[in-house]
Design a binder for this molecule. Sequence first.
Ligand SMILES: Nc1nc2c(ncn2[C@@H]2O[C@H](COP(=O)(O)OP(=O)(O)O)[C@@H](O)[C@H]2O)c(=O)[nH]1
Ligand SMILES: [Mg+2]
Length: 333
Amino acid sequence: MDTLLDKIRQGDRRSLARAMSLVDEGGRAARALKDRLRTLTGRVPWWGFTGPPGVGKSTLLDALLSTLRRRGGRIGVVAVDPTSPTSDGALLGDRVRMMRHAVDREVFIRSLATHHYEGGLSDATLHCARLLEWAGYERVLIETVGVGQNETDIASVADICVLLLGPGYGDDIQLIKAGLLEIADVVVVNKCDLPEANRLLKEVREELSAGGRESVRNSADEKPGNSASPAGVEIVGLEAKSGRGVEQLLEKLLALDAAARGAEQRESHRRRQLLGEIERSALLVCAQALERQLTSPVAAELVAQLERGERSMDEVVNTLLTPVTNETTRETY
Ligand SMILES: Nc1nc2c(ncn2[C@@H]2O[C@H](COP(=O)(O)OP(=O)(O)O)[C@@H](O)[C@H]2O)c(=O)[nH]1
Ligand SMILES: [Mg+2]
């Protein structure tokens, strides 16, 4: 493992790709590698881009890559899109869109498809990002469709969260109302070349000034980026496809990035991130243990007792859960 980590550190792309596959596949070696990576990384703020499928995340990342590369520096990308068709584990859309950067030696793009991951997609994303950081990529960009309480939750992974919205997605305002703005440091309204974009921009502004800002400001102590924007969430309208407005977004992101590099911000983000990891791992272990319990003869007996009215639901649940909580952590995650 040390040899593998050394090679990655020295810039060996093949070793990096191999480690990412290892992390994907899971198992004992993967867990040992993950434990090491946790201690080696956490110094670079990661940028997360999230929003509904088709809103233009990959297009924006592609444009940002071009702009960032002109300024120099090495950039790593992790693209997660459970809805994209996959081929050989690579996402076709993302591959094609960002392909021109894939030949750039200073850029490394990793696509994550939605096969089974130990600990869920968040963990796979997290560890691919850590590997990129360890490999010396100064910026790590993450694309996911996940937000909120799901397994691709970007807020528990990325330091700076960009929420993309676009005209033509009727549920945009629902997304905003569902508390999404609380995780966002920047809200991007993409596809501003389309006529309905103006209305959306207006709605987002109204939503933010009608209390959204407050909640964002209140969570400022645990949101690293927000110290750079005391006014709360920033709104940027742009056209990812033509690149118009991308430069302005980049300036905002670089400012947030600089703020997120502060020791205090790094520390609080790191704790939040590790807590998220612990939660996901613990939930997985519990779920698997419960599954075993539910398929055991004990469960069958409990069903019968419940049916006859000999036990209450509370008793049944307690009886089932006691062995789960007593069970030693197996090698399940
Ligand atoms: N009109 C318009 N279309 C865009 C813009 N940005 C992206 N698109 C298109 O939106 C579609 C989905 O883009 P993609 O980047 O794959 O979205 P993702 O699923 O969020 O990654 C593609 O057909 C893009 O060409 C834009 O600024 N204006
Ligand atoms: Mg995409």
